[in-house]
Design a protein around this ligand. Structure first.
Ligand SMILES: C[S@@+](CC[C@H](N)C(=O)[O-])C[C@H]1O[C@@H](n2cnc3c(N)ncnc32)[C@H](O)[C@@H]1O
Length: 376
C-alpha cells in the first residue's frame, strides 16, 4: 500500500513512491553504465577470452585465476567482474563439476570478437576507443558546449589539438588508433565482400580508399579482385606503415585538398570518414571525390559505408531497442573526439546534392552501417 502513496508532483502529475524508486534505479543504471565499458576494457587487457579459448571450456575460476596470474586475494573481485561480463552476454557461467565454484565459457560474442588469434578480433578497437586519450575529453564536454573560444571538439579543448593532429605527433596514439580502426575494418571488409563485393567492386579498374587508414579494407578488396588497382589515401603519418606494401599503393595527402584519380572512391567510416566531419567539411571532401572519378556512364562512383540514422518509435513513443541506442550513442560520441555526427537518409541526401552528385542508392545490408553509392 505504502508504494501507492502519492508523494510528489512531476509536472502536473502526482508521483508514487514506486515510480520514484523506479526512476532512482534508472538514474543509477545510467550513472554506472560506463562500468560495462570499463569491464569490457579490463577483459580485453587481461586477455580473458584468449585464456578460456586456449585452455578449454568451461574453465573453472581457480584455473582462470592461475592462468591470468591473479592472486587468490583478488579472486572474489574477479568473480564479481566475471558476473557482470556474464550479465553483458560476453561470457557464460556454470557450476564447475569439481565443486570449485563457477566455470566460464565463451559466448558467440566473445568467441567471435575477443579472441585475439581470430580474424574478427575487436580487442584493439576496444582498447583504442577506451584509451584515456579518447575518454578524458568527455570530462570537459559541458565546458566545450559553453566555451567562449569555440574549439571544434571536446578533444581539442582537452588536448589542445585535434585527434588527427595529435596522432601525427604521438606515435603510440597513432599505432593504437590505427590498429583499432584496422581491427574493425577487418571484420567490416569481410562483411562487405560477402554481402555486396561482386555487385560493388567487380569490373572496377582502379579504386582509392580515402582515409583508408592502414589499408585493411583496400587490401581485402585487392586480394578479392586482383584486376582492380587499389590505393590507400591518408595522412602521411598513417600511410607511412604501408610504404613498400605489394598489394596496395600508399598515397599521402589531405582529402580537403585533393583526392587521387580512380574509377571509384571509397569512404568507409569504420568510425569516422564522413561522420567525422560537419556538413560543410563533408561537402568539401565529396567535391574532391567527384573531381577524382569519371561520370556514372563511365563507371564512376563514390562508395560510402556509413550509418544511416533511423530512430524507430515503439508503440508507447519511446525508443529503446539496442540498435537505436547504439545509433544514439554513436551520434553523441561523434561530437567529442571529432566534429562529426550520424545522419539520417534525408541529411545524407542533402550533402550529396550540395556536393554536386545527382544519383544515390542506400542499401542497409551491413548491420550498423549501410552501403551508399553516389554518382554524377
Ligand atoms: C576513423 S579513421 C578510419 C580509417 C579507415 N577508413 C577504417 O575504416 O578503418 C579516419 C581516417 O581518416 C584519416 N584522415 C583524417 N583527416 C584526413 C585528411 N585530411 N586527409 C586524409 N585522411 C584523413 C585518418 O588519418 C584516419 O585514418
Amino acid at each position: 500500500m505504502g508504494s501507492m502513496n502519492k508523494i510528489g508532483i512531476r509536472g502536473d502529475q502526482e508521483v508514487t513512491m514506486a515510480e520514484l524508486m523506479r526512476g532512482h534505479g534508472h538514474l543509477w543504471n545510467i550513472i554506472f553504465s560506463y562500468v560495462n565499458s570499463m569491464a569490457l576494457k579490463c577483459a580485453a587487457e587481461l586477455g580473458i577470452a584468449d585464456v578460456i579459448h586456449r585452455h578449454g571450456q568451461p574453465l573453472p575460476l581457480s584455473v582462470l585465476l592461475t592462468k591470468l596470474s591473479i592472486p587468490p586475494s583478488r579472486a572474489d573481485s574477479f568473480r564479481r567482474l566475471m558476473r557482470l561480463l556474464v550479465h553483458s552476454g560476453l561470457f557464460s557461467s556454470s557450476t564447475a563439476s569439481d565443486e570449485e565454484g563457477e566455470a566460464y565459457a565463451l559466448t558467440p560474442n566473445s568467441a567471435s570478437f575477443l579472441v585475439t588469434s581470430k580474424a574478427e578480433n575487436m580487442s584493439p578497437f576496444v582498447l583504442a576507443m577506451l584509451d584515456p586519450v579518447m575518454v578524458d575529453p568527455w570530462h570537459c564536454l559541458s565546458r566545450w558546449f559553453v566555451a567562449a573560444s569555440e574549439p571544434p571538439t571536446a578533444f581539442d579543448l582537452f588536448h589542445g589539438k585535434s585527434l588527427f593532429e595529435l596522432a601525427g605527433n604521438n606515435s603510440e596514439l597513432n599505432v593504437n588508433f590505427n590498429s583499432g580502426m584496422a581491427a574493425d575494418a577487418s571484420f567490416v571488409a569481410k562483411l562487405i565482400l560477402q554481402q555486396c563485393g561482386d555487385d560493388v567492386f567487380r569490373g572496377l579498374r582502379s579504386l582509392v580508399d580515402v582515409g583508408g587508414g592502414s589499408g585493411t579494407l583496400a587490401t581485402a578488396i585487392a586480394e578479392a579482385f586482383p584486376q582492380t588497382k587499389c590505393a590507400v589515401f591518408d595522412l602521411p603519418h598513417v600511410v607511412a606503415s604501408l610504404q613498400g606494401n605489394p598489394t596496395v599503393t600508399a598515397i599521402a595527402g589531405d582529402m580537403f585538398e585533393f583526392v587521387p584519380l580512380a574509377d571509384a572512391v571509397i569512404l568507409k567510416a569504420c568510425n569516422w570518414i564522413l561522420h567525422d566531419w560537419n556538413d560543410e567539411d563533408c561537402v568539401r571532401i565529396l567535391r574532391n571525390c567527384k573531381k577524382a572519378i569519371p561520370p556514372k556512364e563511365e563507371g564512376g562512383k563514390v562508395i560510402i559505408f556509413e550509418m544511416v540514422m533511423k530512430l524507430e518509435n515503439e508503440e508507447d513513443g519511446s525508443i529503446h531497442d539496442e540498435t537505436t541506442e547504439t545509433q544514439l550513442l554513436l551520434d553523441v560520441h561523434m561530437m567529442a573526439p571529432v566534429p562529426g555526427k550520424e545522419r539520417s537518409e534525408a541529411e545524407w541526401k542533402s550533402i550529396f546534392i550540395a556536393a554536386g552528385f545527382s544519383g544515390y542508392s542506400f542499401s542497409p545490408i551491413l548491420g550498423l552501417r549501410s552501403l551508399i553509392q553516389i554518382f554524377y
